[in-house]
Design a binder for this molecule. Sequence first.
Ligand code: EPZ
Length: 418
Amino acid sequence: MDKFQIYGGARLDGEIDVYSAKNSVLALLAASILTDEQVILTDCPKIGDVYNMIKILEALGSKVVWQENSIIIDSLGVYSHEIPQSYGKEIRSSIFMLGSILARFKKAKAVFPGGCDIGLRPIDLHIKGLRELNIDVKEMGANILCDAKNARGKKIHLDFPSVGATENIMLASVLINGRTVICNAAKEPEIVCLQDMLNKMGAKVYGAGTGTIEIEGVKKLHGVEFKPIPDRILAGTYLIAAAMTKGKVYIKNCRPNDLTSLISKLNGVSCDILANDDTILVKGYEKPQSVMMIETSPYPGFPTDLQAQTLALQTISHGTSLIVENIFETRYKHVGELIKMGAEIVVKDRYAIVRGVEKLYGTQVFAHDLRGGAALVLAGLAAEGTTIVEDIHHVDRGYYKLEEDLTSLGASVKRIQS
Ligand code: EPZ
């Protein structure tokens, strides 16, 4: 298992580009089998989750090739409606494939995706939504068997604005006769991005980004070349890295409007933030102040995917911070590791109280999940001495060559392959 060796103390300085969003690319890859014409996604990161999703597409019969940072998908030869067990367990977003496989084949077979270290990750809202479309969904042990021969458009209300369930229902309904309306839909930018690509393929989807999405079923979708949106969580991670190292970082090719909740929390408290159309200039403070309260909630609320990184920033801020993680049940696996570095944190259920300390100290820590692992890397950048972050494969699922990006900004981060 690879690890990062980080020698802390350097102030990040320089500029960095943001590549396409992991959580957009995964949904767009699922959408690519809705047509038998070529789909090209540009500026994509070569990360674990993307590779796993491509393996699923190839198992269904798609031909997928990389051309530099573009992914070229040819789904003319797709012949299978079954997501292989091994892949389904490997990656949560395999469940998004249900909707697009059903749209293409009118039937689908998948397995319940694994939970992971941030929570149970149920799929009841996905199944409820598909059944509302009159799709027959049978749960047989770990398998899910679906039959969409009688599917028809319907008005659906989601009990919770689930990102994945919203995407799955959009994908399942674009080729169904009739009109589907999703109420209490997720509003994340990745949902709007999916709508934009589907419409460029000839779909009729309206309202993404609001709580109500309308889909008019069409007969056929055609191929497309499409650039996914920049990764807001990656941009947010760099912003926090600059604040933690008292550095000065110019983040390019990003969308500050996707990060208003983070920017409004940190600007003037942890760092100075100057946001323009597609750039963010961050200047860290010598002594960042604690953010009194951070509460995660569905977009446009504070993103759960930046909770761990923001919590790491609070460990070396002046004062006390209360963090409430409302989206996932157990998304504090990084806390124990930060305490090993000298942080003062208590966790009770969804609540974490962080009392800022003068400094963190480098030591051996373990990544337990993607964003928690990224938080440990940021803590290592700010800590005195050397930090070894083990099990860095978690971080590689969502960050492409993070060590190279950080090194280009003046940090000392080495990947140790073992
Ligand atoms: C997406 O996961 C993202 N993943 C997650 O990013 C992100 O944290 C999450 O949305 C919330 O923004 C991808 O897009 C690939 P949800 P998803 O369905 O779709 C519960 C990262 O680090 N729920 O919005 O799985 C669920 O348990 C990852 O990049 C149900 O109860 O998230 C959770 O508590 C982590 N039943 C909450 O809703 C369901 O059927 C949010 O889940 C579905 C979800």
